[in-house]
Design a protein around this ligand. Structure first.
Ligand code: HEM
Length: 225
């Protein structure tokens, strides 16, 4: 059997793809991780406990998975949303999947933060990654907030009106300025819908993808989980 494995692992094809032979020494096992596109997120050495499912509960990865689901949305004025719900095949399923993924992402990101906090994983050298995480949490909430207006129904219209009125309570005129920039005017109207759509479908997802890249890179550079 070992002979057969040796033939496979030392074959030209195998070596052209994987660049390492049989991972039977510490060095070759590190090479497996180091040279693998998917595995190289992890450092070559990790603590046994940190790869047990019950340590991270996979919450970080789940957050990423829910984010990917989050991008399947149709910008809509009210009529388009009704079409999506009653005319487009599987429209209602898609929309509900998007809505539940959005709600679950907020919950899972929060649980991930709790996991990190209670396992003391924000301490040196991970302080920076904790801060990146806080930024990711704020971006996740903003993604939910901006998506809320897009159905353009009574619920979303008044929810955004209330939320921007809360923003207006920030003193020294700062709140008024932020609300004006958010809404593209003083009331929730067409401009607001376009701004929220652009933020929800382009600006925020791009920023989140970049921040997630930094987040994952730091997980590796800080010595893994
Ligand atoms: C979109 C949001 C987020 C995604 C996709 C994400 C993803 C991940 C992943 C995949 C890991 C690797 C380990 C694991 O699965 O637990 C991780 C680790 C980490 N995350 Fe997040 N995260 C997010 C938000 C946050 C938040 C809100 C915080 C804290 C405020 C945070 C702080 C950290 C820290 C400090 C680590 C290193 C943990 C350790 O070494 O045990 N992350 N994150």
């Amino acid at each position: 059997m070992k002979k057969k494995l040796n033939i496979i692992f030392n074959s030209k094809v195998w070596r052209s793809v994987f660049r390492y032979g049989i991972p039977d020494t510490e060095r070759s096992r590190s090479a497996v991780v180091f040279h693998n596109f998917f595995l190289h997120l992890h450092p070559t050495r990790v603590r046994k406990r940190s790869i047990e499912y019950t340590y991270t509960w996979g919450l970080g990865g789940l957050s990423l998975g829910l984010f990917i689901y989050y991008r399947v949305s149709v910008p809509a004025a009210y009529q388009d949303m009704k079409d999506l719900q009653f005319v487009v095949s599987y429209g209602r399923f898609l929309r509900n999947m998007h809505r539940w993924a959005a709600h679950s992402m907020v919950l899972v990101v929060f649980l991930h933060m709790l996991r990190v906090f209670y396992t003391n994983s924000f301490r040196k050298p991970k302080e920076f990654n904790w801060v990146v995480g806080v930024i990711l949490l704020i971006l996740t909430l903003l993604l939910s907030f901006t998506g809320y207006l897009l159905p353009w129904d009574q619920l979303s219209f008044w929810a955004i009106t209330v939320a921007t009125n809360m923003v207006r309570s920030i003193p020294f005129g700062i709140g008024d300025k932020i609300a004006f920039i958010l809404l593209g005017g003083n009331i929730v109207y067409e401009n607001s819908l376009v701004r929220f759509y652009v933020m929800h479908c382009f600006i925020l997802p791009v920023i989140i993808v970049i921040m997630m890249g930094v987040h994952f890179w730091r997980v590796r550079k800080d010595g893994g989980v």
